[in-house]
Write a protein of this length. Structure first.
Length: 400
């Protein structure tokens, strides 16, 4: 297989090939790779080394997120939420909006949500271990991040299931034949849902993130409904699927590396260190992207204004220039400066929450599960941005 023949924008590439073989080849021979245009679709740069990925993330003067930050929008020519949704906003507006969102999120995430996440996770893992067999994706992982983020936002429990279904179709797909139109429909449904909830909270304020955003001001002006709705959308999309895929991926990793599972179980590594390695290893968000603002030279290549530059976290996190033995899953790895949550001005707003969720899962597994075995074929996602499994049948033998 040559990298030249592989279409890095095609979701099937990541279910058909071992992407790590592709990344290894690119890092070694072609670290600033040009993926040529195909029909109407523009070409794009593919950066795979840790130092390049980190440098692009850091520099929001040379590279903007306002014309999209993932291939789907970048290749379509832009993101209609630009300048309003945090992840696709730059400059002073980004700084102000990020401040407002951190303020709405942090006290709740830090004080109240952690305990709830741990209790919910503990209950789900204990029940799965009691039953012995489960699809870890559907029976455990699907129930944790969506509950957390919906509780934070103030989504009533009766609607969690609907939002889970919609977020699952909005960014990636569990079906190879899914159409881009299905994704658009799912995104629109989520936006409409939040528009109703914002109206409701404006009328009857509660102690939740939606109410906090509805009462927030930038330059003395209240955020308008579109701003709130789009950012609720980004919290639910950003907060659900990535954490869920990391959780499912951790189980897959323990099945493949039983000695690491034993280290965790027997307390030979801390849960915090293990969570970082799970985040590096699973890298659920494979790529992000930017658009070049003005012509510049990059490692001997000429980037022109308007060029699309993609940065591949899944490759940077296995870069042999940054990590010793990067293809070894080592729960005690230190240092472990992975780029799973990005870097710089757009660094993940939910990183703390993501870490709390993964740590809660590892701790619950350690306490309730003795042995983890595969119990059927796992199913990989079809996506060029998200990596992981939508189905992972396992046997969880109870711990002593
Ligand atoms: C940004 C990954 C969990 C909300 C990002 C970025 C990455 C990322 C790589 C940077 C995007 C860019 O530079 O264009 C992840 C992973 C997670 C996770 C791997 C879980 C394991 C969460 C959670 C939330 C969240 C739980 C919500 C509570 C956001 C938001 C941004 C963001 C709002 C945009 C920040 C900005 O542009 O300033 N995430 N995320 N993420 N994430 Fe997360």
């Amino acid at each position: 297989m040559t990298v030249g023949a592989v279409d890095l924008a095609d979701p099937h590439t990541y279910s058909r090939h071992d992407p790590h073989a592709i990344w290894r080849r690119l890092r070694a021979d072609d670290p600033v790779h040009w993926q040529p245009a195909e029909g109407d679709r523009p070409g794009f740069w593919v950066l795979t080394r840790y130092a390049d990925v980190q440098a692009v993330f850091k520099d929001n003067r040379a590279f903007t997120s306002e014309r999209g930050n993932v291939l789907a929008t970048l290749l379509a020519g832009g993101d209609s939420a630009a300048g309003r949704m945090l992840a696709v906003t730059d400059g002073a507006r980004h700084r102000d909006l990020r401040y407002v969102m951190l303020k709405a999120l942090s006290p709740r995430a830090l004080d109240q949500v952690g305990d709830k996440v741990r209790a919910n996770t503990d209950r789900l893992v204990a029940a799965a271990a009691e039953r012995g067999r489960c699809d870890f994706a559907a029976d455990v992982a699907e129930r944790i991040p969506i509950t957390t983020i919906c509780d934070l936002l103030g989504v009533p429990a009766a609607d969690h299931e609907t939002l889970l279904r919609l977020t699952k179709s909005a960014l990636s797909s569990e079906r190879p034949d899914a159409q881009a139109l299905d994704e658009v429909a799912a995104r629109n449904e989520i936006l409409l849902y939040f528009a109703d909830l914002v109206d409701e909270r404006r009328a009857r304020p509660q102690d939740d993130v939606i109410t906090a955003l509805a009462q927030s001001r930038i330059d003395g002006r209240l955020l308008d409904e579109d701003d709130i709705v789009l950012n609720c959308y980004s919290l639910i999309i950003g907060g659900d699927e990535t954490s869920r895929l990391s959780m499912i991926g951790s189980l897959a990793a323990f099945i493949e590396h039983p000695e690491q599972w034993r280290r965790l179980r027997h307390g030979e590594v801390t849960v915090a260190a293990a969570a970082e390695e799970v985040l590096r290893w699973t890298s659920p968000a494979m790529h992000f992207g930017r658009t070049v603002l003005a012509e510049l030279d990059w490692a001997g290549h000429r980037f022109r204004a308007g060029d699309i530059v993609t940065v591949w976290i899944s490759s940077a996190n296995r870069d042999e220039r940054q990590f010793d033995d990067p293809d070894v899953f080592d729960l005690g790895r230190t240092p472990n400066r992975h780029l799973t949550f990005g870097f710089g001005p757009h660094f993940c707003l939910g990183a703390h929450l993501g870490r709390v969720e993964i740590a809660a899962l590892l701790d619950a597994l350690r306490r309730h599960v003795g042995e983890i075995r595969p119990d059927g074929e796992p199913q990989r996602l079809y996506s060029n941005v998200l990596a992981g499994y939508s189905r992972l049948p396992v046997v969880l033998a109870g711990g002593a």
